[in-house]
Design a protein around this ligand. Structure first.
Ligand code: CU
Length: 178
């Protein structure tokens, strides 16, 4: 059995949309980030921020991965600094470390650890995240200058295409743990 689509209503709808959507929409939807003091943004990404560590002069640092954050979340160092991240998964849930621009993408099984070599950015902040839980705020940053909340300096086109993920929360209130 085959249904024949009703064409007339669609056409009417199209007309209506055309009529409405004409002109206007000067898309200035600037997200007025008025969140001074609320450091839940790292490199332009929502992040569960568990603190900053100064790693200047170090070659290896240990950070903890847990649900759903890295601790410390921000590593502050010097431009071009080579750093080995010893990432310890402190829970039973598998996590991941991704540093997109440095070809790091390693899974970390529950209660295991990995080592990943990264290079601090020439300026600004470079984000890293757990590929499984990025949209839950499992995000961190490698910082060499400026505020940690700033958008990454290089590459990432942030103009027209917003992520529009539409994952509208609903995971609030998992405080504590650890
Ligand atoms: Cu994760």
């Amino acid at each position: 059995m085959r249904r024949i689509r009703a064409v007339a209503p669609l056409a009417a709808l199209a007309l209506a949309v055309a009529a409405c959507g004409n002109g206007s929409s000067n898309g200035k939807s600037s997200v007025g980030a008025n969140d001074a003091g609320n450091s839940s943004t790292i490199a332009g990404l929502h992040a569960n921020n568990h603190g900053t560590m100064d790693v200047t002069g170090k070659s290896t640092v240990q950070i903890k991965a847990n649900s759903y954050y890295f601790e410390p979340s921000v590593l502050k160092g010097t431009p071009g600094q080579q750093l080995t991240l010893h990432v310890v998964n402190a829970g039973g849930t598998e996590h991941n470390l991704t540093v997109d621009t440095e070809n790091v993408n390693d899974n970390i099984a529950g209660n295991m650890s990995i080592d990943a070599k990264v290079t601090m950015p020439a300026s600004g902040v470079l984000s890293f995240w757990c590929a499984f839980h990025k949209n839950l705020g499992m995000v961190g940053g490698l910082l060499t200058s400026g505020p940690v909340s700033q958008a990454p300096a290089g590459g990432v086109p942030t103009s027209s295409s917003s992520p529009s993920g539409g994952n509208g929360g609903g995971y609030g209130g998992y405080g504590g743990g650890g």
